[in-house]
Design a protein around this ligand. Structure first.
Ligand code: Z5A
Length: 207
């Protein structure tokens, strides 16, 4: 039986990623698909706890060092991710490698240097980008609590994403209502899941 990798991911702060990941999870579960919702950073691992401490301003780290920790946090889950995908589980991933490159390059780090430790991570079958102006995102609940939740920096991150985007990304207007975003996502996601069911091999990022 061919592997059925289905691996969807979201970008952008306060754009509604977490809300939509959970709605997509329920939707695909309801249709009977084996599916899990993941997020990065995964703050439950040892590396993830260092990242969490940094994000909540409890520790300071060099920009290169925190970039490598975010990357390590993905590498420590890579084998499990591959096992899940090969066994036919769809993974909905709230942030992934593009977030790593976008945030670190927005700080001024060389973009190729940022990509290097990410090479060889598994590539998603679908990238969903919830597009929302940073000004609108800043008005949403819970904004401002963590290190990167500052308007000026978020504008730079949005520019970094613009540079990283390619034609395969699906861009959804994140200013729409939760229900309207959900409706659009369902259509895109179900067609990807059905396409992947025909058989699709795993590929690697940044190669
Ligand atoms: N980071 C990095 O630097 N390098 C990396 O490699 C990775 C991440 C992976 C923490 O990420 C930080 O780590 C993040 C990037 C950096 N920094 N920032 N800034 P995180 O994923 O743990 O946290 P987050 O990205 O900040 O997620 P979030 O704040 O939880 O936002 P969200 O998931 O996009 O949104 P939400 O929780 O679904 O919704 C936010 C609020 O908006 C909430 O009150 C909702 O009810 C509301 N909402 C949602 N959708 C709508 C719509 N459509 N209309 C109106 N209101 C809405």
């Amino acid at each position: 039986m061919p592997a059925i990798p289905q691996f969807l991911r979201f970008c952008l702060d306060r754009s509604g990623k977490t809300s939509q990941s959970s709605r997509l999870l329920s939707y695909l579960e309801g249709l009977g698909y084996p599916v899990e919702s993941w997020r990065f950073p995964d703050r439950n691992t040892g590396v993830g706890q260092m990242i969490s401490s940094y994000l909540s301003n409890k520790s300071q780290l060099d920009d290169h060092a925190i970039h490598l920790l975010f990357s390590a946090n993905r590498w420590e889950k890579r084998a499990l991710m591959e096992n899940k995908l090969r066994s036919g589980t769809t993974l909905i991933v709230d942030r992934y490698s593009y977030s790593g490159v976008a945030f670190s390059s927005a700080k001024g780090l060389d973009i190729e240097w940022c990509k290097a430790p990410e090479m060889g991570l598994l590539a998603p079958d679908l990238v969903l980008y919830l597009d929302i102006p940073p000004e609108n995102a800043a008005e949403r609940g819970g904004y401002g609590g963590e290190r990167y939740e500052q308007l000026e920096f978020q504008r730079k991150v949005a520019q970094s994403y613009q540079c990283l985007r390619d034609a395969s990304w699906k861009i959804i207007d994140g200013r729409l209502s939760v229900e309207e975003v959900e409706k659009q996502l369902r259509e895109i996601v179900i067609s990807c899941v059905m396409m992947c069911q025909k058989g699709k091999s795993l590929s690697q990022l940044w190669s």
